[in-house]
Design a protein around this ligand. Sequence first.
Ligand code: SPD
Length: 383
Amino acid sequence: MKRLLIVLLVLTLALVLSACAGGPAGGPDSSSNDTGDTGASTNAGPQLAAQLSVYNWDDYIDEGVLAAYEEQYGVELIYDTYASNEDLLAKLQAGATGYDVIFPSDYMVNQMLELGLLAEINTSDLSNWSNINPAFHNPPFDPNNGHCIPYQWGTTGITYRAGDPYFEENTPDSWRYLFDPAVLEQYSGRGVNALNDQRELMGAALAYLGYSVNETDRAHLEEARDIILQAKPYWKTFNSEDYDDSLLIPDEVVLSHSWSGDAANAYWSTYDDATEDGNWYYAIPQEGGVRWVDNVCITASSERYATALHFLNYLLEPEVSAAITNFTYYASPNDAAKAFIEADILNDPGIYPSQAVFDKLEWLRDVGDAIFIYDEMWTAIKG
Ligand code: SPD
């Protein structure tokens, strides 16, 4: 209830500030046509389309943020979700049109760029761009942020149930807790989940074996496949879409391969003021693993480019960006948002890791043609 109140207050403030602001994020003209925007600007800002189609990861935005945009600007958001980068890519490659705004991760931006699936942007057209921490400017996967803006970032590790007797004695700070059958024997009967995500799961197995998460050598990728295949019988679920919900169901799982925000959400959702603790802890494996940044991009096929750009600029507003992080528990690349992000989140090292932890992780990169070997391994894993 307290969180809802904070979100509403913050969004109200955002709307008031937006209404006062000029530039690209200025007022709408809902008299524009239904199917596309005109791209024309008035003194009040661009002419906005009546609708905008937004395609995002599951459970990855505060719905209040969407409702506030619709109310303020008179644009109806057609909102849909996907479970993985590969699902998003498959959908676009199958010729799906009509999606305007999408949220691919780092390496997938690179892949989509090469396939011509993303529209160009110029960050000087975004009045809120300066809110973004310079560390997120000009990423290797998208030079000069020529196509996308950063949305949220995080790490991938292991979430485990704090009260479980096995984990009271053993901290699962190694990928062997996800992959070693002898170790899995100890607790897998109480439920283990692995992320149903090709690059993430292969990356975890590669890190466990001492290889880069961006390995391209076939023999090493086959080793990773075999590690996964021998562990798979011990996993109760293979889920990256709504596994975060299962963390909150009693006796559903005791350990999950997971993304940092979902781990933090499980911790803070079960936080007890009396014990000053939550039921779920998060560990980054000592072998290393993945850090990632998800991005907001406009599809090359969008017919509502000006409206999409306007929406991107809205997402960069400090209060909006903070409301998203306060909902998802993922770290924000928006420096100006920090004033509105809850202190518990800013101070949680599971969400904002130390430099030492950050440095032992790798970004996932586009692996070029080796992606076909990954696809082959994935088919065997899913078979
Ligand atoms: N619930 C949505 C979580 C999205 C996390 N994206 C992580 C991508 C890492 N490769």
